[in-house]
Design a protein around this ligand. Structure first.
Ligand code: EZ4
Ligand code: CO
Length: 410
């Protein structure tokens, strides 16, 4: 059996997705997610111009060899575009291997280590009362762990507030920070106001919802190390499950300083793309959760290596699962999460109705837990005709400016 065909499919039901579809000489198909929010077409070009021609006639069974070949033969390695492209190939080959074996991918990875995957959803509100409604709504949807993001007095719009995200055309685009249109939206930011406000929000949420509910928060790379340390310390009374991306991803040593000051658990890595990005922070035990998605970290094969390394230090998975991870990428995350020993939690934002029509999925969501299902492979099929009816629409993630006009981390 050889790889006969590899196609890159771009579709925009609710939002943009990039999918690689590999077909073998026996007619078996495999899917991989290569979606990189706001920079989708760079990955499309990397795949169609440079990777697809290399895949034709290769043995689809050789997953590790193909990974090493694509990674090392490029000479120019790492980076989000390269690693999303390689991830898509890796996922598609695992999908094919599962279909050929007649087994779900998690069985090929060692079998289930648990019954289901605890998942968290995103509650948000500009005000405390909007936030409470959103937390209740998530509990009604079955979520047993909840991320909390709110507005900050004096700031117009903030990351993570669902009702902020309105299309250029005025359609509400829930929970999706990328906005369709020709230019990125500008948001405002003030770290001191945020640091003053956030502990009052968590105090209110704990008073309303009690001590049991696991609560998470995303700092989205906006603080300096000492500000992050201050926040971790001020949130300690509210017993967070984690504080995510408290400092920018480029400076792993910042986390050492944060760690010296707080016992609030730390998660980082949604914009990391290789095991080398994690080498120091895992070895020095500076984090508690690995945020990488399968889609942005070289696929199932590579993220499994990161998580096995992390397991030596009792560091757990907390895979990224916003709507910009396609149903294929989410399925890959679920198979990996079900099989590893050091699973922590899975982020899970529901996709829109159009997306669920383009991608036929077999996962289940019950009582706050996800399961990838038992179909051979990843368990996702793509309706190519339906996909074709939603052409690519330009969309950008927003960016931040401080009050004096300085560009700030978004
Ligand atoms: O902003 O995936 O934890 N989740 C996040 C996400 C990211 C988006 C960027 O594309 O930080 O909402
Ligand atoms: Co995040």
């Amino acid at each position: 059996m050889i790889i006969d065909k590899a196609e890159v499919i771009v579709t925009s039901p609710d939002r943009n997705f990039v999918t690689l579809k590999i077909t073998t000489s026996d007619g078996v198909t495999g899917l991989g997610d290569a979606t990189l929010n706001g920079r989708e077409l760079a990955v499309v070009a990397y795949l169609s111009e440079h990777i697809v021609p290399l895949l034709i006639n290769r043995d689809p069974a050789k997953i590790e060899d193909t990974w090493q070949f694509l990674y090392r033969s490029a000479y120019w390695r790492r980076g989000p575009v390269t690693m999303a492209a390689i991830a898509a190939v890796d996922m598609a080959l695992w999908d094919i291997k599962g279909k050929v074996a007649g087994l779900p991918v998690y069985q090929l990875l060692g079998g289930a280590s648990r019954n289901g995957l605890l998942a968290y959803g995103h509650a948000s509100g500009k005000t405390i009362s909007e936030l409470f409604d959103s937390v209740r709504d998530h509990q009604e949807q079955g979520y047993r762990a909840i991320r909390v993001q709110t507005g900050v007095p004096g700031l117009k719009s903030i990351y993570g507030i669902a009702s902020n995200a309105t299309h250029a055309v005025g359609v509400r685009y829930d929970h999706e920070p990328a906005v369709r249109g020709a230019l990125p939206k500008e948001e405002d930011w003030d770290t001191r106001s945020y640091l003053r406000h956030l502990p009052t929000v968590f105090e209110a949420v704990r008073n309303e919802f009690g001590p049991e509910l696991p609560l998470l928060h995303d700092g989205h790379h906006r603080m300096t190390p000492i500000q992050a340390a201050q926040l971790g310390k001020s949130l300690e009374p509210y017993d967070l499950f984690w504080l995510e991306d408290c400092t920018p991803a480029e400076n792993p040593e910042a986390l050492r300083l944060v760690r010296q000051h707080t016992t609030t658990p730390l998660a980082i890595g949604e914009i990391f793309n290789t095991v080398w990005d994690y080498q120091q922070i895992i070895r020095e035990q500076l984090i508690d959760y690995v945020r990488s998605a399968v889609t942005h970290t070289g696929g199932i094969s590579h993220l499994k290596k990161v998580l096995e390394y992390a397991s030596q230090y009792q560091i757990k998975s907390g895979m990224h699962g916003p709507t910009d991870i396609s149903p294929v990428g989410m399925a890959a995350a679920m198979h990996l999460g079900l099989s590893i020993h050091n699973f922590g939690i899975q982020e899970y934002m529901k996709h829109g109705a159009k997306t669920d029509q383009v991608f036929q999925q077999s996962f289940t969501w019950k009582d706050g837990f996800l399961h990838p299902g038992d179909k051979p492979g990843l368990g996702v099929e793509l309706d190519v005709d339906e996909a074709g009816s939603y052409p690519y629409v330009q969309a950008y993630l927003p960016y931040n400016r401080l009050a004096d006009g300085t560009v700030h981390d978004w």
